[in-house]
Structures are given as structure tokens and as C-alpha cells.
Design a protein around this ligand. Sequence first.
Ligand SMILES: [Zn+2]
Length: 520
Amino acid sequence: MSVYNIIPKPNKYICGDSTYEISPKTKVLCSEEFVKAGKIICDYLKTKPEEDEGVIRFTKVDGMKSEAYVLKIANDGVYISASDYAGAFYAAITLKTILMQAKKQDGKAILETLIIEDAPDVEYRSFMLDSCRHFFEPETVKELLENMAMLKLNKFHWHLSDDQAYRIESKIYPVLNEVGSKRFSRHLKGYGLDYDNVEYFHYYTQQEIKDIVSYARELNIEVIPEIDLPGHTTAIISSVPELSCTGEKIEIACHNGVLNAILCAGNEAVYEFIDSLFSEVCPLFESKYFHIGGDEAFTGYKVWDKCDKCSSKKSELGIKNSKELQIYFMNRLTQTLKKYGKTPIAWDDCATDELDFSVVTQLWQASSVAAVRGQAKKRDVIISPVTYFYFDWKFSKTPLKKTYNFNLAKIGIVGDKYRVKGFEGLVWTEFIDGSDALEFSVFPRINALAEVAWTKLENRNYKDFHRRLDWYKTYMRKKNINYSRVEKDYSDFKRHVSYHLGFDGREFAKSQKIKESETD
Ligand SMILES: [Zn+2]
């Protein structure tokens, strides 16, 4: 009797001692709300149902938690129950994974009987893509969403504005695209890399964004946009220079690093601009969350310190320093977003009691762990520490096992008094220029992230995960997903940076030559 290889591992799995046969003739019957979940199985089986050829039944029941499901393979049928679409959808994903692995005989799949009772450990299971440093076509984004859904991830954080690009079509400020979405080099200079002088002009049209949001909805994924403010705004300021403290014309950034571009926090016109930008961007996304960045603005504090408007604002509010001014700025944005029905998320840089408590804090920096731990008793937090969940980092820095073995105790969060919403894996794309390099960085570490977020700590075990991962590797090869064949100890010694260099194809081209057996 074998156990099917499922990632993330179901929280309760009971093996039976019998079998049940499924074929394209098997009927798939669904409660009205679950028809789309049932269609996943129908499409996979290419069903042409006939009488007395078995049944798969999706039933809506009351009283189960959101996203929870029960999947029972009995000797007289397959029975799925859930209280919401998300639960039925995840049952279908689990059943499809089982069908792919099942023994096949005479055109039938022989399923072993079992009962799976499953629900996620946390409600926020997220992955972030940076579409600014490099642009990814809508088709690539959709493929990523499909792969996320198979791992039961349910949030897609989409980084859409930074120093190197503004990527959302703007009808009210077309200059944000004419200037802010265009740079003279596809690749960015810095850390040993150089310009390629190829014009790079990309943004997502509003229609493409709506299309991706609705595609994600079918996969039970919420799309959460990020417009990084008030720092990381070179693209916005290069488009509309009067938003900065000096009003000077600047060029969009074509290089890497932390820059000092910052919006003026003392100019009311800046808040009006942001309000009207939010009024355009908010309706494109259905999620209640909206990420407003807030990271690394300190490099612009010197600009604020020299600005008359920022100084007057500080005196008017009795504010002592630029850090407090940034918190005031973030709180103003929070009030603006409330008008559009959105809850802000911000990076941990402003994790203090002065920040409005409706703002969700996202942990990223090791130096912020203590502050975020304190804040987690007072506000919702999302956990995405650099050294575990930044998948642009090399496997030598962040091996698969390290990502897998993350748990909240490692950052001193133990017990239920903390408001941890969930976890996020991220990929920054300074060095990642296409789907091959993206997949190399993300897979299979995203499989580990998915299990950290879904499976309770007491049910997790790296050796067991790694054994189950073998089937996913076969699946990824069939789907041409360029997952990393390296899982640890690999670095390109010619480059002295911490990140992947999928950029020129070198690291992943080399890694392909390493035999799978050498990496285990
Ligand atoms: Zn200013």
C-alpha cells in the first residue's frame, strides 16, 4: 500500500486497504458552486460519462473552515466535501495529483482507498514577483500562477513600481508609461554587470491586469499590487519631476542598488497625485490588500532634510526627524487607501507603534526581527525573512533544506498571541531576465515554502518532503519547468554577489550538467 506524493503534505492522511477504478467514463457530479472545481478533473480525464462506470462527487457542506476539504476514495466512489470553492478547488488539485501518480491499467486509473482531511496551517500563502527590474510577459505570469496553485499558494504579490520601471498602464498619467516604463537598457548595471543598450519598454495594460486577476481568481489566488513609496520611486519621479523635493529632472534608473529618489512628504500635491493614482489602480485588483512598500526610504532622508516643504511639514506636525515624517507619510497613504476599501501592507522598515495599526507589516530584514515580533502582538504580520525566502539568492546561501526548515520559533515567535497571517517567498529580478532564470531560482524552493505555509510543523519532515519531491521533479521535467538541479552549496565563484546569475544563462546552463544524484 503506497502513499501518494503530495506537496504540501496533507495534514491528515489515512490509508485504506482497497482500490477504486477511475476512467474517462466515470461521472463527475458537483454541487452548483463547485462546477469549476469539478471541471479540473473532467478536463484531466477528458470525461465522456456512462452509466455504472463510477462516480466522483463534489458536495457542498456547511461548517468547514475556508479552504478545508475532505477527500475520500472509497471502494464505491470518490467523495469530496468542502464549504467553499477554495476547499473544493484544493480537493480537485489533490485528486488530480493522485490521478497523475496512480497505477494505470486498461485505460483506467487504479486508486488506492484513503481519507484525506486537510486544511492550511496559515491563511496567507504568498509569492512575490518583481516585474520592474525585468519584465515578465503575461503568459509567464499565468504559468507561475498555475504552478503556485498546484502547491496551494493563494496570494500573488506583484511588485509593479520601482526605480527601474513603472509597469501599470496609466490612462490619467500616460507619462508614467511614456517615460516611466521605458529605459535604454534591458539589463541593469552593477555588481559586475553592464548595460546592453537595448531599449526596454514594457508595461501591463489595464486589460492584461484584469485578465491576470480573473485568471488568478479561478486558481484561488488573490493578486496584490505593490507601488513602492516614498522611496524606490525613480521611475515615477523621472516621469513627474515635480513630485520630488527639488523638482529636478532625473533619468529612470538603469542600474542596481539602493537609490535616493524620494517623493516630497511636505508637498500636498504629492498626496493628491497618489490619491488619483490609487483611484486608477485600486479598481484593477480585487484583493482587499494593497502593498505600499515603504522600504529603504532612509537613503532619501538627506533629501528631505534639505527640503523647505518637508521642514515646514515637520514643524507643523511637531515631528523631530525624517523617520517620523515617513511614518506620517505612510499613515496618510493608509487613510487614502481606506477610501478605496483597501488594507495596506508595508515592509518592516516602519514597524513601530506610531504606524497605523491597520497596516500589515511584512518582515524581511534580520535587523527587524525583534521589532516585528513586538508588533505581531498588535497588528497582522507576514513573514518573509531574506535568508530563508528570497529565492533570487543562490542555493549556496539559501539551500532548499534551509527554506524547508523555517519555522516561527527561529524568529522567537512561539504561542498564539501573535497575529501571523502567513508566509511569503520572493524573487527580485535584477539578475533574472526570463522564464528560464525565473524557474531556476524559484523551483523547487517554492515547493518547500508551500509546505511551510500549509502543513503543520508537527507533520513536517525534510527527508520525507525530499522523497515526495522526486515525483514533482518528474512532473516539472515533463512540463519543461527549468527547476534548479542544485539544492545547496552551489555558487558561481567568478561573481562576487549573493544572487543568482541566470542573467546570461551561465549558472543554470552549468547546473544542468550536474547529475541529479550528486545533489541529494
Ligand atoms: Zn520635500
